[in-house]
Design a protein around this ligand. Structure first.
Ligand code: FES
Length: 105
């Protein structure tokens, strides 16, 4: 599936991801530095914050309690904030657009 990451300054990265990867892993594998992912996907660092475009939000699946509580600590949270390590890529997400925050800290 193809995922487009848009950095805060508008730089776009279109990447081809593998099913079963997380949106965080696909970013890290493609050297997208706006995703820091300090904890490596354990849902404990909140440095893989991203924004999901409205039309995709439901398709990315539910936000569990742990993710929700971490999202309280990210800079500039928005209603469409997610932690990218908690979104698993499937064919349903082909074409997903993910916006990245200015900073993860
Ligand atoms: Fe640490 Fe997502 S990579 S919470």
């Amino acid at each position: 599936p193809q995922i487009t990451y848009i950095e805060h300054d508008g730089t776009e990265h279109k990447v081809t991801a593998q099913n079963g990867q997380s949106v965080m892993q696909a970013a890290v594998n493609n050297d997208i530095e706006a995703i820091v992912a300090e904890c490596g996907g354990a849902c404990s660092c909140a440095t893989c914050h991203c924004y999901i475009q409205e039309e995709w939000f439901e398709k990315t699946g539910p936000v569990d309690d742990m993710e929700r509580s971490l999202l309280d600590f990210v800079p500039s949270p928005e209603p469409n904030s997610r932690l990218s390590c908690q979104i698993t890529i499937t064919d349903d997400l082909d074409g997903l657009v993910v916006r990245l925050p200015e900073s993860q800290y």
